[in-house]
Design a binder for this molecule. Structure first.
Ligand code: KIV
Length: 301
């Protein structure tokens, strides 16, 4: 009998496949987990090659890639298009697909069918669903269909209209109690990991200590088992004031603007393309062409 070893990445073994089981082991070892969103092949490939453990095709692509105002309008087909592209770029990281608004709220049958599309057509390994204890039964249904589920509680952007804006959750005792109930219910339902968004550090620390599933924080403080950031936030591609928790690690907007302006300037000043950047005729063809042209010129004289 051969058992595939459950892998986690070590510096001396950077090519190991990350699995839901290896994430749990990482939590037990108190080894921080990194997750970054990706929406296209090139970015996904670079993130994967940087040994990031989790790649999330977030419905944040509604804003970052498609220019929508919020995440509510993005469709299953739009999400799938990006999940497929990311799949082609990711080898070792665990690939998580966000289920868009409307794809799991209507009924469980619909939700399982949509989750199945992410696995079958998109190649996702985990699907992510927003919401707390009220989603526990639905999550069980999806897991019953052999699809691992990531939970997402706290500031859940698909509830923007109900929350009345993007507000930090769990700031009073009732809110804390609700978040604890949400976390425990999803942990018991068997989520592969739990995203904690926009909640006080103290509450995220309590949840992380309470649940056996790895917690992945965004605006939830340093005690989470892992951290996720939106790719466009960390490289300055959002055209907006970043949230308090965002740390910028690069300036892609600056880099792209500089490259595009330099190209335009070279075109306008005839500096691009140079002779070295042009294709040339083979010597014999050039000689034959010169002869033909010379003959034509002679006939015109
Ligand atoms: O859509 C997304 O990018 C997310 C992360 C912020 C967790 O859900």
């Amino acid at each position: 009998m051969s058992l595939t070893p459950v892998g986690f990445r070590r510096p001396d073994d950077p090519g190991r496949k990350i699995t839901t089981a290896s994430l749990r082991e990482q939590k037990l070892r108190h080894e921080p987990i990194t997750c970054i969103t990706a929406y296209d092949y090139a970015t996904a490939r670079l993130i994967d090659e940087a040994s990031v453990e989790m790649v999330l095709v977030g419905d944040s692509l509604a804003q970052t890639m498609l220019g929508y105002e919020n995440t509510l309008s993005v469709t299953m087909d739009e999400m799938l298009h990006h999940v497929k592209a990311v799949r082609r770029g990711v080898k070792n990281a665990l690939l998580i697909a966000d289920m868009p608004y409307g794809s799991y709220q209507v009924d469980a049958k619909d939700a399982v069918a949509n989750a199945t599309r992410f696995v079958k057509e998109g190649g996702a390994e985990v699907v992510k669903i927003e919401g707390g204890e009220k989603r526990a039964d639905l999550i069980r249904h999806i897991i019953d269909a052999e699809i691992p589920v990531a939970g997402h509680i706290g500031l859940t952007p698909q509830s923007v209209n109900v929350m009345g804006g993007y507000k930090v959750q769990g700031k009073n005792l009732n809110g804390i109690e609700q978040l604890m109930r949400d976390a425990v219910a999803l942990d018991r339902a068997g989520v592969a990991c739990l995203y904690l968004e926009g909640i006080p550090r103290e509450v995220a620390a309590m949840i992380t200590a309470e649940v056996s599933t790895p917690t992945i924080g965004i605006g939830a403080g340093p005690e989470c088992d892992g951290q996720v950031l939106v790719f466009h936030d960390i490289v300055n591609l959002t055209f907006a004031q970043p949230a308090k928790f965002v740390r910028r690690y690069g300036d892609a907007a600056g880099l792209i603007t500089q490259a595009v302006q330099a190209f335009r300037a070279d075109v306008r000043s005839h500096q691009y393309p140079s002779d070295e950047e042009s294709y040339h005729l083979p010597k014999e063809t050039k000689a034959a062409l010169d002869t033909v042209l010379e003959r034509k010129r002679a006939m015109r004289r």
